[in-house]
Write a protein that binds this ligand. Structure first.
Ligand SMILES: Nc1nc2c(ncn2[C@@H]2O[C@H](COP(=O)(O)OP(=O)(O)OP(=O)(O)O)[C@@H](O)[C@H]2O)c(=O)[nH]1
Length: 352
């Protein structure tokens, strides 16, 4: 089921791009969220961050050298096995690839894992805005890495003048194809781009002051550059048409990075609701029986960068069924079922 699977995020980028800085930022700003990490070396991870990372102990350190050279698929599975133990109650696992690793290899290893408690959480490429041109000329494989990414973080924007940043961003966006592209200083991206933050109890019960509402609630505001991405939500009691939803998903626009929630397909499958999990080009549906007494609602959240939110809202609304004459036929679920794990013709996600 969607809610129980732990997303495994692969964090890649060339030497010095800011992967560890970003990881430390995630660990610091995660608060109630429990993050497991796999890195080559714990040396660079801050002591305060280690209080979170420490829950999994040194067992996750993969030793020196390139992660994907040092670890074959069975070893990766071994570490995932440790990190997904229920007693650790981790909400997300981040694998930091060594600066020289081929990230696509790691992604393939995660996708090939038969650990049922995990789900692929996306490939994030960190780019050094100041060194981008030089890195690209020294390492032509940069282009391939960017093309495989689901989210590109253009980091160190403080080190380049606006003009140069625009050029870097344009080049990156061109190479990254459908990936979402966000800018950052010191790796400070909103953790919610990567995973669902668990809201700590004091935030739920605590009262918000007017300042909180206007300016956010304090210390890690600068860590939540909300302008970096857009969110579109849909909550409707009208069932969605499976064919139209699949047409929308199959042609989802560039920059639409994550989709999560539940779908009601009405009479097309009255017994089940369908959990949706999409990150980059990766898409899965998880049918599960409707909980007894639960209102039949479709609830979706779409997260993207550089997307046309008005158009997304319109396209989503067009997926709703229009009365009895629009009732889906018996074959209309086939497109959806292709993305249910364990079905015979489950598509291979594009990790090339
Ligand atoms: N000016 C500036 N420096 C940054 C930024 N982000 C990271 N750095 C610095 O860049 C250096 C490299 O950052 P790391 O996070 O260690 O990079 P990495 O990608 O993990 O490096 P490797 O582990 O060697 O692959 C460190 O000295 C960071 O403090 C940023 O946004 N601006």
């Amino acid at each position: 089921m969607t809610t129980q699977q732990i997303p495994v995020v692969v964090l890649a980028g060339f030497l010095g791009a800011g992967k560890t800085t970003l990881l430390n930022h995630l660990l610091r700003s995660a608060r109630g969220t429990r993050i497991g990490v796999m890195v080559n070396d714990f040396g660079d991870i801050g002591i305060d961050a280690m209080t979170v990372a420490g829950q999994v102990g040194s067992t996750v350190s993969l030793g020196n050298g390139c992660l994907c050279c040092a670890v074959d698929a069975s070893e990766l599975d071994e570490y995932l096995e440790v990190l997904t133990r229920p007693e650790l109650r981790l909400d997300v696992i981040v694998i930091e690839a060594s600066g020289l690793a081929e990230p696509q290899e790691l992604v393939r290893m995660v996708l090939a894992s038969d650990n049922e408690r995990i789900v692929y959480g996306g490939l994030i490429e960190v780019v050094d805005a100041a060194e981008f041109a030089a890195t690209r000329s020294r390492h032509p494989e940069t282009d391939r890495h960017l093309a495989a990414a689901d989210l590109v973080v253009v980091n160190k924007t403080d080190r380049v003048p606006p003009e140069q940043l625009r050029t870097v961003r344009e080049t990156v966006t061109g190479l990254a194809g459908r990936a979402a592209v966000v800018e950052a200083v010191q790796g400070r991206v909103d953790p919610e781009l990567l995973f669902d933050r668990v809201v700590p109890e004091d935030e739920i019960t605590g009262q918000m002051s007017i300042e909180d509402v206007l300016y956010g609630s304090g210390e890690d505001d600068h860590a939540h550059p909300h302008a970096a991405y857009e969110t579109v939500s849909l909550a409707t009691s009208t069932p969605l048409h499976p064919r139209r939803l699949m047409a929308f998903l199959d042609s989802r626009p560039e920059g639409l990075y994550r989709i999560k929630g539940f779908v009601d397909f009405g009479t097309a499958d009255p017994a089940n609701r369908y959990g949706v999990h999409a990150v980059g080009r990766f898409l899965r549906f998880y049918p599960e029986p409707w909980p007894a007494g639960e209102e039949r609602l479709t609830q979706l959240v779409l997260i993207g960068s550089g997307t046309d939110t008005a158009a997304l809202r319109k396209e989503l609304a067009a997926c709703e069924q229009n009365g009895p004459q629009d009732t889906p036929d018996e074959h209309s679920m086939w497109g959806v079922l292709r993305y249910v794990p364990g079905t015979e013709d489950e598509p291979e996600p594009d990790a090339s």
